[in-house]
Design a protein around this ligand. Structure first.
Ligand code: UDP
Length: 329
């Protein structure tokens, strides 16, 4: 199939592009390289462009005539979204409408969308399934929920179909160590812990130790980026075969506390990096674990890397490589 991948030079997008390439798909990556990297595009052709640019989107689609669009291009930093909400609504909502318009103009009717568990806000259920009501608590989560609303209305207008994948905590890197997370200011727990182990930060802060969880720290469902990439490919197959729109959670259905992640990071790296307990971070739900029954049942998805230490080991290998790459630049 011919697939246009926006944001395909970014962390998750690049892993999906690699998986698509391995299965022989014809790919165009459309990315403005604001947080992505040319070296991360292992397959297909890179078109440097912004999803704000309707005429360029139109020209690329017109020339390539993709069978489907996979949309990863988005801003993803929760704290930044609170400080600069308009930037998030413009990029994540308005520019996604541009993309959908360009698809419409070019008769492209199949869409895979990167959504997030942030749409749930602070859910009152321990295991979150897709029927849990959406109550996003920051502009980032709200921007993802808004696009889901738009998508929900679109199949009724004609021959359009989509799958939205709600990601839980994505982590890890390509087991062959060619690609991985390379944001300038990474705030995520595993990356932060590993950068602390490397000495990039003096210590790791544990945000909140008084949550109503067994060890007082927040629990999250960490999913390996390669398992997430495979979920996208299966979702695409499902969409093209059944033409049925749906929304699916992506996670393993098992949570780890911050303390458990820190202990695993120390074990994998062999480094007893400094850790300090700190106050809660605003807007963190105590527990966020996916019920991914629907993803498994409709697409047949089965994870291959449901192992916290493997996730951390691949992320650690990547951090070590990234440090060498930075030295060479
Ligand atoms: N966290 C932490 N220290 C850090 C980064 C994150 O204690 O330096 C905690 C954070 O408060 C949350 C969990 O780790 O409870 C996962 O946070 P992350 O930013 O990785 O993902 P989120 O769940 O916010 O998307």
């Amino acid at each position: 199939m011919k697939i246009l991948v926006t944001g395909g030079a970014g962390y998750i997008g690049s892993h999906v592009v690699n998986a698509l390439g391995e299965r022989g798909h014809d790919i165009i990556v459309y990315d403005n390289l604001s947080t992505g990297h040319e070296w991360a595009v292992l397959c297909g052709k890179l078109e440097i462009g912004d999803i704000e640019d309707s005429s360029r989107l139109n020209a690329v689609m017109n020339a390539f005539r993709p069978d489907a669009v996979m949309h990863f291009a988005a801003l993803i930093q929760v704290e930044e979204s609170v400080r600069e909400p308009l930037k998030y609504y413009r990029n994540n909502v308005a520019n996604t409408l541009n993309l959908l318009d360009a698809m419409d103009r070019n008769g492209i009717r199949s869409f895979i969308y990167s959504s997030s568990a942030a749409v749930y806000g602070i859910p009152d259920k321990l295991l979150v399934d897709e029927s849990v009501p959406l109550h996003p608590i920051n502009p980032y989560g709200a921007s993802k929920a808004m696009v889901e609303t738009v998508l929900g209305d679109m199949p009724q207008t004609g021959d359009f179909r989509f799958i939205a994948l709600r990601y839980f905590n994505v982590a890890g890197a390509d087991p062959k160590n060619r690609i991985g997370q390379a944001y300038l200011d990474a705030t995520h727990l595993i990356t932060r812990a590993l950068k602390t182990a490397q000495g990039e930060f003096a210590k790791l802060f544990i945000f909140g130790t008084d949550y109503p969880t067994p060890d007082g720290t927040c629990i999250r469902d960490y999913i390996h980026v390669v398992d997430l990439a495979n979920a996208h490919l299966l979702a695409l197959d499902y969409l093209m075969e059944t033409r049925r729109s749906d929304i699916v959670n992506c996670g393993y259905g098992r949570g780890f506390s911050v303390r458990e992640v820190v202990a695993a990071a120390k074990k994998v790296t062999g480094i007893n990096f400094p850790v300090e307990e700190a106050p809660r971070r605003a807007g963190d739900p105590p527990q966020l674990v996916a019920d991914s029954t629907k993803l498994r049942s409709i697409t047949g998805w089965q994870p291959c890397h449901d192992d916290l230490e493997f996730i951390i080991r691949t992320a650690w290998n990547w951090e070590l490589k990234l440090k060498q790459l930075k030295k060479q630049l």
